[in-house]
Ligand binder design. Structure first.
Ligand SMILES: *Cc1c(COP(=O)(O)O)cnc(C)c1O
Length: 408
């Protein structure tokens, strides 16, 4: 199956009980059983079935199965938000004293979260670029995970997932990849050796900007050694499902950050048009980036698909030449950045990405308001930066709008 066909027919072909062509919304807290014995079996993982929606719900399971299949994973766990999933994917394997290595070009909320984890004895060390050369000197016997974004939001740095995973595995460390800005339309990180993939499905997967959610997908390929990862020792008997089994039976259900059935439904519906939307958004983004770069000498355009980007050749090599749907502009001054944002007619001034609508924001004073100047610069965020999440509007309208907002 090719990508767009798989979005519609992989792991789902309608509701088999009723013939409904889309998944039903099981908007229920609990599921009644035929007998006390049956509920006992379900509670003890001795029978398939549902008991309580914090632990499992058919609408949520259907979404999990579809995204896991698309990413070539062995399973997925959906969460109420992206931030919760990032925390859980790490807390599931780490213990106090452990270290994470990550890249400065990360989503601001993830950097904030990593600093919260330090209260629990989990520290993060950062490199400017997630390359073996920069990471190697920071590795200690406490390094238990490497975390990176495929296309950093908002620095738009591209990670060479294949090289990084080969390096991580040579050190016996799993690679966790946040693929929110890339989506499986551009790259399936598991094919390049990533062990765990996380998505803020609030963004491109949902596509309509109507539900907050996140999903963790496991490749099943990493062998969790109980001596090095004591948290997983009692789950080693689950083999390749060890990590997922621990997540489902432990932290995820106990913390209770389950995805609501309604939001899972919205994501499943959104997922079906992911290919078409990404094709359009990414094409628009490249065209807008080229237009702005050629037309204006007084602003700087950052987009991985531009020949002027330091990530251009990596984008050709591992992203099939598709640089995603986000670009950032450096306007020279904060005043010019604000003026552009305020003058645009179509783009909404909003903090998310991955909507069908074009969105703009001044990240320095919003998403990165709590970060130090050093952290902002390392994340590619300056006082004059505008981030544009390009939507599916007609490109001629977007070009004209930017042109007029920039003064003709
Ligand atoms: C939005 C985003 C998150 C956080 O996800 P939420 O769904 O907002 O909690 C994490 N990583 C990246 C790259 C994001 O863009």
């Amino acid at each position: 199956m090719e990508f767009n066909t798989a979005l519609l027919h992989e792991s789902f072909s309608g509701n088999t009980q009723t013939g409904a062509t889309v998944e039903a919304i099981y908007q229920t807290s609990a599921f009644a059983c035929e007998s006390a014995e049956q509920l006992e079996r379900i509670f003890n993982n001795k029978a398939n079935g549902y008991a309580y929606s914090r632990i499992g719900n058919p609408t949520v399971s259907s979404f999990e199965a579809r995204i896991a299949a698309l990413e070539n994973g062995i399973g997925a766990v959906a969460c109420s938000s992206g931030s919760a999933a990032v925390a859980l994917s790490l807390m599931n394997i780490l213990a106090s004293g452990d270290e994470i290595i990550s890249c400065t070009g990360l989503y601001g909320g993830t950097i904030d979260l990593f600093s919260d984890l330090s209260a629990f004895g989990i520290s993060t060390r950062y490199v400017d670029n997630a390359t073996p050369e920069q990471i190697e000197p920071l590795i200690t016997d406490k390094t238990k995970a490497i975390f990176a974004e495929v296309i950093g939001n908002p620095r738009l740095n591209v990670t060479d997932v294949g090289t990084l995973s080969a390096f991580a595995h040579s050190k016996g460390i799993p690679l966790i990849i946040d693929s929110t800005t890339a989506t499986p339309y551009i790259i399936k990180p598991i094919e390049y050796g990533a062990d765990i993939v996380v998505h803020s499905s609030s963004k491109y997967i949902n596509g309509g900007g109507n539900s907050i959610s996140r999903v963790i997908i496991d490749s099943g390929n990493f062998r969790w050694d109980g001596a090095k990862y004591p948290a997983l020792a009692e789950y080693e008997r689950f083999g390749k499902f060890a990590h997922l089994a621990k997540l489902r039976n432990g932290l995820w259900r106990n913390i209770g950050c389950c995805l609501s059935p309604m939001n899972a439904f919205m994501n499943s519906v959104g997922l079906e048009t992911l290919g078409l939307r990404m094709e359009r958004c990414c094409k628009n983004a490249l065209e807008l980036a080229e237009f702005l770069e050629n037309k204006n000498t007084d602003l700087k355009v950052n987009y991985p698909g531009l020949k002027s980007s330091p990530y251009y050749s990596l984008t050709q090599d591992i992203l099939g030449g598709v640089g995603g749907a986000i670009l950032t502009l450096r306007m020279g001054t904060k005043e010019r950045a604000f003026k552009l944002i305020n003058s645009l007619k179509y783009p909404l001034i909003a903090s998310n990405i991955g909507d069908v609508r074009t969105l703009v924001i001044h990240p320095a004073n919003t998403l990165f308001a709590h970060s130090s100047e050093k952290a902002k610069a390392a994340a590619g965020v300056y006082d004059d930066t505008v981030r544009v999440s390009v939507g599916i509007e007609d490109i001629e309208d977007l070009k004209q709008d930017f042109s007029e907002a920039l003064g003709g």
